[in-house]
Design a protein around this ligand. Sequence first.
Ligand code: NAI
Ligand code: MG
Length: 495
Amino acid sequence: MTTIDLPSVHPFLGQDIKDHFVDGRWQPAASGGTFETVNPATGHRLASLAEGGKADVDAAVRAARAAFEGPWSRFTPYERQRLLHRIHDLVAANYDELALLETLDMGAPLSRTLGFRSFILEAIQFYASQVVNTNGQTIENSLPGQFTTMTLKAPVGVVGSIIPWNGPLISQWFVLGPVLATGCTVVLKPAEDASLSLLRMAQLLQEAGVPDGVVNVVTGYGQTAGAALAEHPDVDRLSFTGSTETGRSIIRASAVNIKRLQLELGGKSPDIVFADADLDRAVPGAAMAVFNNTGQICYAGTRLFVQRSIQDEFVERLAAFSKSLTVGDPLDPGTNLGPLISQKQLDRVLGYVSIGQEEGAVVASGGARLGGDLAEGYYVAPTVFADVSNTMTIAREEIFGPVVSVIPFDEADEALRLANETPYGLGGAVWTRDLGTALKMTHGIKAGTLWVNCYGAIDPAVGFGGYKASGYGSKGGPEHVDAYLYTKSVTINTD
Ligand code: NAI
Ligand code: MG
């Protein structure tokens, strides 16, 4: 494992951080308590962070409310755009450090976190462009007399954001972008396992000139700090990415003051390979649809439906491809897959691997924790299950690890029926050379984001969101920004 001098990456590594970032400065946590964030590649502590609670969330929401009513509310669209452009340049200049912090904190290979550079910079530019593209309308009415009707757009106010650990840099920009584009303010609660890139981002935003209180970060656990934010009566909108179960508690908490919600929750996405597909692309494509980020992606294509006539060849090639992947040190440029985020997720994933075997699925490759040099980290071999049926536990429940279930089918209609037999509706894909088959499947699959002959390609200008128990509300795209505004219709009588 590469050893690294932590304070040289960022001064807060190795430290006991007892502060939250509130109202433009570091402020001590009310409780004085801290918790540890570790490097999942080694299990070693990276830093201790302030353990936030209700009092800290109250202070942050107060700061966000005051900022929403303050000078920030008088920023012109041009000023908000210029601010986003300054942020773009600062993030670009500091991106390598952000990527390294993220890798140390959550374990994704550095090649992956560095690889998101252009996505994040494009996202910032996209949100900057939307500042002047979120206008109301004038509407022709049928009222008798001389009436003019128009709509005005206004920012919804204070946003609460609960971020997961599987890709915090991207997740945070799916909130910071629309907040800064529209003139809202925000309190973010990062995941307890991976808060560092957001704490660093808050410093950069401050340096770029974001007014005090516009962006606040309270670290801590979900059931305390997260729940306090979800319940807070002065938060107008919540953005949540995480488990469906926690999503349900967020919905209940939102009832207090009827908060607007965007929820991106669990998934069990179908990835359907037809016999006529280009297997040289479909095999690695379907494998990485699950194994990317060690399977910790909400839209991972974990139910891999393969047409029966190519099943044996496909499983063999998939297993061979899986064995060719390098699992290991995230800092090594040759690494394809890093560790899982935590002991808790390791136990969960290995638990599902056992359940799969007990229920009769066959392990075609992987299926175990990795030892040797990797024994201290939370590493699992990429795992292919063959002979899976859509009713087995491993095909129904989100595993959130590098585990794919191959399920055979005969006809397109059967594949469609099986694909939709799930409470989830996040992503999905089809691999075929036949345009008719591709269109039949994309029209038929009940999910928010679909791909043909590729998997997981996302662009900030194209919204993606879920359906059914995978949640609602878009991330990215113009509709995402619009959701941070509310509409007033105004009718003017000039008779
Ligand atoms: P989680 O949903 O509990 O955690 C996600 C975020 O919510 C974290 O910031 C956490 O602190 C916060 N949180 C937890 N309980 C909360 C509450 N009562 N009120 C407000 N905020 C709360 O998920 P966890 O435990 O990290 O992972 C469990 C499973 O959730 C994973 O195995 C995976 O299946 C799913 N998950 C899905 C993600 C996605 O991208 N859709 C991301 C993370 C987890
Ligand atoms: Mg960590």
